[in-house]
Design a protein around this ligand. Structure first.
Ligand code: ADP
Length: 238
């Protein structure tokens, strides 16, 4: 099976000497295409640092991070910016939509930032993507006119529109009530099962484990457990 993301001997240390904090300690992990991986662990275990290093938002102190076969841990900032824009999707706890743009314009944003003009095919694609996430008919709504769950659906559509190698979701349900959160998680599951996306969810929410193909549990900057989740999608690896 193809590893989309490979971390080898990844160490991330903040600070120096006696005050150094070892956020990741010699961590190895491989994530496979078309699967939903949950990254869990107590507060301070290194989840955010894992996400930042894996998504090219931060560089490890040592070790290797390969995304779709390309080494990103040593990549320059310009190349990284382009890679993040074109090959990685992001979903955040706080949605991070632009309030002055409509739902459809928010979804189109990654394509426009990538230099692609507003074109009829792209607009159609954005509409289809919004329909897939259950927002047909709400294309012209601005984020302030949508519920939290709907805003997160727009954010998921935006993350998927470039067909990225990996979508990273950082506590995507942290700002939502339980029922709304369950709907958003099902949508991420569906993105994997129906559309072949590769999704990594960093979360405290135990409900994610039930939908994930795989659960990576961090403890003190190390991979404490790597287990199959209860998710039913393709890409399950015990
Ligand atoms: P989690 O996301 O699981 O809560 P983090 O990756 O945020 O864990 O943090 C792991 C460890 O690294 C913690 O001890 C945290 O205090 C420390 N840490 C995270 N970011 C920084 C930073 N910018 N400077 C110093 N220490 C940090």
């Amino acid at each position: 099976m193809d590893a989309v993301l490979e971390l080898e001997h990844v160490t991330r240390t903040y600070g120096h000497g006696p005050h150094a904090v070892h956020a990741l300690r010699d961590l190895d992990a491989r994530l496979y295409a078309h699967s939903l991986t949950a990254v869990m662990g107590p507060s301070g275990s290194g989840k955010s640092t894992f996400l930042q290093c894996a998504a090219g938002l931060d560089s490890p102190t040592s070790g290797s991070v390969r995304l779709a076969g390309r080494e990103i841990s040593t990549m320059g900032e310009r190349k990284l910016t382009r890679l993040r824009r074109e090959r990685i999707g992001f979903v955040f706890q706080s949605f991070n939509l632009l309030p002055t743009l409509t739902a459809q314009e928010n979804v189109l944003l990654p394509l426009r930032l990538g230099g692609r003009r507003r074109s009829a095919p792209n607009t159609d694609r954005a509409r289809r993507m919004l329909a897939r996430v259950g927002l047909a008919g709400r294309e012209d709504a601005r984020p302030g006119e949508l519920s939290g769950g709907q805003q997160q659906r727009v954010a998921i559509a935006r993350a998927l529109i470039t067909e990225p190698d990996v979508v990273f979701a950082d506590e995507p349900t942290g700002a939502l009530d339980q029922d709304t959160a369950a709907g958003v998680l099902r949508l991420l599951r569906e993105a994997v099962s129906a559309y072949g996306a590769t999704v990594v969810v960093v979360t405290h929410a135990p409900a994610v484990a039930a939908l994930a193909d795989r659960v990576l549990r961090l403890a003190d900057g190390r991979l404490a457990h790597d287990t199959a989740g209860a998710g039913a999608g393709a890409g399950v690896r015990a």
